[in-house]
Write a protein that binds this ligand. Structure first.
Ligand code: HEM
Length: 403
């Protein structure tokens, strides 16, 4: 068992030499097999876990590895994080996590998400109709990848489409690492104001939306939490729900543009391949690149290394999802690959609440886009594309295309 580190800890997030592969240093760490220390923004040196089996071990043991961002030693992504998210259920464990998670679960089951499929199909066609009216080149991130999940998550909550651009601007700022604490707080306030107005309206005129159920059933009838917390849950669902899926939609389009053979397979039978395509894209891109994070609650050995209570942990999903111990030819994108072992939506009790909804959005968006625009191609050289290397979630700043 080792308790000390020999080499200096590299700065995290680690640099990606190739935009289509995980950071090289993280791959080296994974292949060496043991957790390694990295240095984060505040000088702390949490452990980076890079192997698939070790990450599953961490994420399946909330009694040993806690998600509470206010705990000493938790490797926060910014100094704002404990203040902004510290009281929310998803940054808690046990009795402070599960009851609220159970309240939200019914709106995001596989069955419930499937009921939204016709609306997502309709919305996708509407967005492509709109794309066709725009002057080319068109940025598919702004006009397609962001628009699908923004409108869908606002509809789930019951926020009218007219407010979705404002909601999007605000939540984008909350996840960008380069944004100051003051700017983040101002953005959160703006999103809060939008939701508060709609939540108040739904108290006098209840409807079937999630926001209406939160304020009417869980605040007024069952007293599970107060009105303010209900608004914050709405903000969380918006924040977690649209930027993530948008990034994945954009990255998936890029992958299908780069690999025409994979695109042809998808279009040859979308009903057959859309499902495996989504799972493979989740594996290949592992878009959540700097999370999940945990703090060790009791001394535990992982991969022969002693992690002490109070030390931080960062799980590196991109290396885990290309772990050759789990996936054959892990660097190859193969949309016919039958696998559900990827941990792109996390693992264990905190695994993604919105994964079923995201899956449907991607299953619908990619085939319809390429069926409707068969001549779709990049309008710039691939080397000119700018990836969000500094963000919590990996993605493209813009995707200029023409057809
Ligand atoms: C492709 C899209 C998405 C990806 C890759 C993704 C990824 C993840 C990951 C990796 C986690 C685990 C975090 C951890 O263990 O600390 C997570 C949790 C979560 N996700 Fe997602 N997510 C996506 C879409 C969504 C959507 C659409 C929603 C909307 C409801 C959502 C809401 C959440 C919430 C609330 C949690 C915390 C759950 C808990 O702690 O119980 N996500 N997501």
């Amino acid at each position: 068992m080792t308790t000390t580190e020999q080499a200096p800890a590299p700065q995290f997030p680690l640099h990606r030499g190739c935009p289509f592969a995980p950071p090289e240093r993280a791959v080296e760490f994974r292949d060496e097999g043991t957790p390694r220390r990295v240095q984060i923004w505040n000088g702390d040196q949490p452990w980076l876990i890079t192997r698939h089996d070790q990450i599953r071990e961490v994420l399946s043991a909330p009694d040993r590895f806690g998600a509470d961002v206010t705990m000493p030693g938790f490797p926060n992504s910014s100094d704002a994080q404990p203040h902004v998210e510290g009281d929310l259920f998803f940054r808690k464990d046990g009795a402070e996590h599960m009851p609220t998670r159970r309240i939200l679960n019914p709106d995001f089951t596989a069955k419930r998400s499937q009921t939204l499929r016709p609306r997502i199909v309709e919305l996708t066609h509407e967005l492509i109709d709109h794309l066709e009216t725009l002057e080319r080149p068109v940025d598919l991130i702004e006009h397609f990848a962001l628009a699908v999940p923004t409108v869908v998550i606002c509809e789930v909550l019951g926020v009218p489409p007219a407010d979705s651009p404002r909601v999007h601007e605000a939540s984008k700022k909350t996840v960008q690492l380069s944004v100051t604490k003051e700017e983040k707080l101002a953005a959160m306030q703006d999103m809060h104001d939008v939701l508060e107005v709609h939540a108040q309206r739904k108290r006098s005129r209840p409807d079937s939306s999630l926001l209406s159920r939160l304020v009417n059933v869980h605040v007024d009838e069952k007293h599970d939490f107060d009105f303010e917390y209900a608004i914050r849950l709405g903000m969380l669902v918006i924040g977690a729900g649209h930027e993530t899926t948008a990034n994945m939609i954009g990255l998936g389009i890029l992958a299908l543009l780069r690999e025409p053979a994979q695109r042809r397979i998808l279009l040859s039978d979308p009903d057959k391949y859309a499902g495996t395509c989504v799972e493979e894209m989740m594996r290949y891109w592992s878009m959540v690149q700097t999370e999940p994070r945990r703090v060790c609650l009791q001394d535990t050995e992982i991969g022969g290394t002693l992690i002490r209570a109070g030390e931080g942990i960062i799980c590196n999903l991109p290396t885990a999802n290309r772990d050759p111990a789990v996936f054959d030819n892990p660097e190859t994108l193969d949309i016919t690959r039958v696998q559900r072992q990827h941990i792109g939506f996390g693992f264990g009790v905190h695994q993604c609440l919105g994964q079923n909804l995201s899956r449907v959005e991607m299953q619908v968006a990619w085939p319809i886009l390429f069926q409707r625009l068969p001549e779709l191609r990049l309008a710039v050289d691939e080397s000119e594309l700018h990836f969000h290397n500094d963000a919590l979630t990996y993605g493209l700043a813009e995707l200029p295309v023409t057809w």
